[in-house]
Design a protein around this ligand. Sequence first.
Ligand code: ADP
Ligand code: MG
Length: 342
Amino acid sequence: MSTDTAAPLLDVRGLEAVYDSPRGPVHALNGVSFSVKPGEVLALVGESGSGKSASALAVMGLLQRTRGRVTAGNVLFRDQDLLALPERDLRGLRGKDIALVFQNPMTTLNPTLTIGAQLREVIRHHTGKSRREAGARALELLRLVEIPDPEARLKSYPHQLSGGLRQRVMIALALSCDPSLLITDEATTALDVTTQAQVLHLLKRLSAELGTALVVITHNMGVVAGLADRVAVMYAGRIVEIGAVDEVFYAPAHPYTAGLLGAIPQMDTPRSEDLVAIKGRPPSLLDLPGGCAFADRCPLVTAQCRAQRPEPVSPDRHTAACWADPELVRKEARTRIGSEAR
Ligand code: ADP
Ligand code: MG
């Protein structure tokens, strides 16, 4: 872990990316800026289609594989511009310094190999350890991610494990080379609520213990509070609000964030009564409006919002890309979230 905790490990600036589609370029990322410090946990939150996965793929240099391309911006990892790195060097970084965990372990785990064989293969590939050393490390990793009866599990095949255990194996694989940054993309979405909470708690503990910086991508605002240090809220390929979790939850500065917070189900009220869903849908990324992309859904919309795009957020402090009077946004948030949620 870096001794200079003020210097970001990952610094994403003004990232723009498109997917080429038969109907023209899909503007998936439209100026995304955020940073992650060593050991920090950042949550990237937003509705489906807001550009969360595209951000992760762009950072990993994997966007081309999904027929996307970065058109502007920088991705600095330890002051090294990843977008300028040759694929060879990127491949060296991926999995070693920066690791990624996806939603569906069944597409990433090899069904024909035991858990132990897969772990050993990855460990040996990245570290050049001997078979025996890699075996010991594999066992250690299964213990680290709290898999019960780890000796027996090394001999199991992926289909013999529950969804939660498979996701723990994915985390073990991702951690096998001591990455300084781990990105999880909806890694727990497919799991039931209890298992999801357990895996997220595990991730947080591991991040704290190992000093691994974590970018947790989720569409579920409800999981952010107990997990992340900071949160970035995405909408239509932009970050519309960023800040420390406490500040953003206490005083959301963007009406969209207020809407997301209002939609978190409370424990003791029936779900249907409590979900204040945000009416409407995000704009088409084929043809983005010139002003604020949230204007059509925003309760505080003015003529300025339709005419002029709000200034982007400042990644290092609690800011929102919004023209509305902050006091009005706070009022709106209070009515949406309700006083008891505070
Ligand atoms: P999220 O992860 O937040 O749900 P994504 O980053 O996957 O969103 O997608 C951002 C936008 O890019 C969405 O509108 C999505 O439809 C579009 N998109 C994603 N992948 C492709 C692709 N391979 N081709 C065309 N459009 C895509
Ligand atoms: Mg996604």
